[in-house]
Design a protein around this ligand. Sequence first.
Ligand code: BGO
Length: 267
Amino acid sequence: MSIKIALAGNPNSGKTTLFNALTGSNQFVGNWPGVTVEKKEGKLKGHKDVIIMDLPGIYSLSPYTLEEVVARNYLIGERPDAILNIVDGTNIERNLYLSTQLLELGIPVIMAVNMMDLVEKNGDKIHINKLRQKLGCEVIEISALKGTGIREAAEKAVALAGKKNAEPAVHKFAAGVESTLDEIESRLDDSIPERQKRFFAVKLLEKDDKIQTQMKSVPDVSDVISRIEKEMDDDTESIITNERYVFISSIIDECCTKNRKRRMTTS
Ligand code: BGO
C-alpha cells in the first residue's frame, strides 16, 4: 500500500516549487471531482510507494472558497498519512493561521519553513526549536528554490506517515473555550475517531454548516453556543479566530527575532 503525504500551504508559500523539486517529472495533473480546481499528485523521488498530494493553496480550513472546501474534504475524507505544511518564513505570522488548524486534524504534521534564504538575507531569525515546542510538531528549515532541507523534510514526513496517528494538539485555547469544546466533544458519537474530535468540535462551535456533510450524526450544540456567546459577548466564529491570533502572537514573540536595523529603516 502506498503512503500519502498531503502538501498544504498558503498561496505563494513556495508549494509548487517544493512539489516540483520533490516529484520531478513524476506528476499526474487533473481536476478535483466535480470542480475546476487543479489536482496534482506525484511520486516522491526515490520512493515509488510515496505519493505527494498537492492541495490547493489556502489561508484557512474554513468553508468560504472552493479551494478551502476541496482541501478540507480531502484531509477529512481521505485522511492522508501525514501533512507537509509549507510555511513562508518571511510571512510566518499570516501563514501560521492555517497551521493552527492543520494541527487539530489528528493527522501527523511536519512543518517546512520555506524561503529561509530570504529570512537569512534579511538578517531575521526563526528559532526552530522553540517553534517545535510551541507547535508540538516537527519543524524543518528549507529553501524550496535552492533545494536546501527539502530531502530532510520529505524523509521526516515519510517517517511520520508510518506513525499514522498524531500526538494530540499541544496548544490549548482559553479555559472557557476549552471547557466548551470538551462539552461539544462529549456529544460526538463513535463515528468520529477520538483524534478527530477536537477538529469537529471546533467546527461545530464555529457554526460551520458545511462540516455537517462530513458527519454521520450531528449533535445539537446550540445551547452551548448561546451560552459562550453570552459569556464572552462575541460570536463563536470570532471567538475562535481571536484565540488563534492570541496563540500566533505568542509564537511570534517567542520564536522570531526581526533584524533591528531593518526594522528601524522600514518602519
Ligand atoms: C516567482 N526562496 C526564494 N527566494 N524564493 C522562493 C522559494 C525559496 O525558498 N520558494 C519559492 N520561491 P510558488 P505557490 C518569482 O515565481 O512555488 C519563489 O503559490 C517570479 N516569477 O520562485 O509559485 C518562487 O505554489 C518573478 O517566485 O508558490 C516563486 O505556493 C520574480 O516564491 C514564488 C520573483 O512560489 C512563489 C519571483 C515570475
